[in-house]
Design a protein around this ligand. Structure first.
Ligand code: AQP
Length: 325
C-alpha cells in the first residue's frame, strides 16, 4: 500500500484553506493507503507563539482531524514532538542541505518579511525538519497546499542526495497538490493566501460561529462590478469565493456561475454563508463533544505516537548504519 504523510501546524485557528486543500484529501486517501497525519508542533514554534495556548491548539488540530473523518484505527495521528527521531533526522539532513537551497525558499522569505527581520535559525531550517518528517516514514505521497509544494520538492532533492552519498536509504516522495483549491485566498486581501497567522476577518476558521461566518463572508472583498464570474486575474475576490463554494458544495464552478447569473453579490454571499454554516456545523459539534472528554484525544495521540515511533526508529537505525554513526 502506498504510504502517505502530511501535517498541520498548531499555529492558530485552522481555516477552510487548510481543510479544503489538504485535510479533506486525506479522508479519501485513508481508504486506500497507509496514512500518517502529524500535528507539527516543532514547526509551529519557529515563529513567536503563545506558550500557554500550545497544548490547547494541539488538541484542536486533533479534533479537526477526527471531525473531518480521519479514522484513528486506520490512520496514525500523532504529535511531532512525541517522536524525537524527527529532530535527530533533521540534524543529520542539515549536514547535506546546501545553505543556498534554504535561502531560496519562498515561505522563508514571506515569513521573514512578516516578522520584519526578527527571524530565528529554526524558521530557516524549517524545510529540513519537514524533509525529516516525510523521509522518516518512507513516504510515497505528500498531500499539501500550493505554498508547501516547494518544501516537498526540497525533501525529494535531499532524499536523492542522501541516497547517492550514503546508499539507498529513503524513498523519494511525490507531492500531491489539488488542481482547484490548492491556494485559498484571504477574504480581505484576495491576492494573498488565507493564513492562520493573519489578522481577522481574513479567514474562516473551522470552529467559527454562524454569526462570525455570516459577518466575514458579508464583508469579504469583491470587485467593482456585480457579475459572479470566475476570473482569478481580474476578479480575485469573487473567484476565491466561487472556489470555496464549489469545494464545499461539490459542484463545478460553471454550474454555480449559472445558478447566480444576474443575482448580484449579496445573494451569492448569503448563499455561501448558509452553505458554510451548514458544512462547518459538524466541526463545532465535535469540538464541543471532544472538549468534554480530553482523555479520548490524549489516548489517540499516545497510541499514534507509539505507532509512529516504531517506524521512525527503524528508519533511524538504517540512517545511523549508513552514516557510520
Ligand atoms: N490558504 C491556503 N490554501 C490552501 N492550502 C493551504 N495551506 C495553508 N494555507 C492554505 C496548506 O495547509 C496545510 C497545513 O498548513 P500549515 O499548518 O503547514 O501552515 P502554513 O502552510 O504555513 O499555513 P498557514 O495557514 O498560513 O499557517 P501559518 O499562518 O501558521 O503559517 C499545508 O499543506 C499548507 O500547504
Amino acid at each position: 500500500m502506498q504510504k502517505i504523510f502530511s501535517g498541520v501546524q498548531p499555529s492558530g485557528n485552522i481555516h477552510i484553506g487548510n481543510y479544503l486543500a489538504v485535510i479533506k484529501q486525506w479522508v479519501a486517501l485513508q481508504e486506500k493507503s497507509d496514512c500518517i497525519f502529524c500535528i507539527v508542533d516543532w514547526h509551529a514554534i519557529t515563529v513567536p507563539y503563545e506558550v500557554k495556548a500550545l497544548q490547547q491548539k494541539i488538541k484542536e488540530v486533533a479534533s479537526i482531524y477526527l471531525a473531518s473523518g480521519i479514522n484513528p484505527e486506520k490512520s496514525v495521528i500523532f504529535v511531532q514532538s512525541q517522536v524525537k527521531e524527527h529532530s535527530e533526522l533533521a540534524w543529520l539532513l542539515n549536514t547535506i542541505t546546501p545553505f543556498g537551497d534554504l535561502q531560496r525558499m519562498t515561505q522563508f522569505k514571506d515569513k521573514s518579511k512578516k516578522l520584519q527581520g526578527n527571524v530565528n535559525a529554526g524558521l530557516f531550517n524549517y524545510p529540513v525538519l519537514m524533509a525529516g518528517d516525510i523521509l522518516l516514514y518512507q513516504t510515497d505521497l505528500v498531500p499539501v497546499g500550493e505554498d508547501q509544494k516547494q518544501h516537498v520538492e526540497l525533501a525529494r532533492t535531499i532524499a536523492k542526495k542522501f541516497n547517492s552519498k550514503f546508499g539507498e536509504t529513503f524513498k523519494v516522495p511525490e507531492v500531491s497538490v489539488l488542481k482547484i483549491g490548492a491556494k485559498i485566498m484571504s477574504l480581505t486581501e484576495p491576492l494573498k493566501k488565507m493564513s492562520k497567522s493573519d489578522p481577522e476577518p481574513s479567514r474562516i476558521g473551522l470552529f467559527d460561529t454562524p454569526e462570525q461566518i455570516r459577518k466575514k463572508i458579508g464583508s469579504a472583498t469583491t470587485d467593482s462590478d456585480k457579475e459572479i464570474k470566475f476570473n482569478p486575474k481580474e476578479k480575485p475576490g469573487i473567484s476565491n469565493l466561487l472556489t470555496i463554494y464549489s469545494l464545499f458544495a461539490d459542484k463545478p464552478i460553471k454550474d454555480i456561475e449559472k445558478e447566480f447569473q444576474g443575482k448580484g453579490y449579496a445573494s451569492f454571499k448569503s448563499a455561501l454563508a448558509d452553505l458554510l454554516i451548514k458544512k462547518l456545523e459538524p466541526f463545532r459539534n465535535k469540538k464541543a463533544e471532544f472538549d468534554k472528554n480530553p482523555e479520548f484525544i490524549e489516548k489517540i495521540l499516545t497510541d499514534g505516537a507509539n505507532r509512529a515511533r516504531k517506524i521512525a526508529q527503524e528508519t533511524m537505525q538504517k540512517v545511523r548504519t549508513v552514516m557510520n554513526l
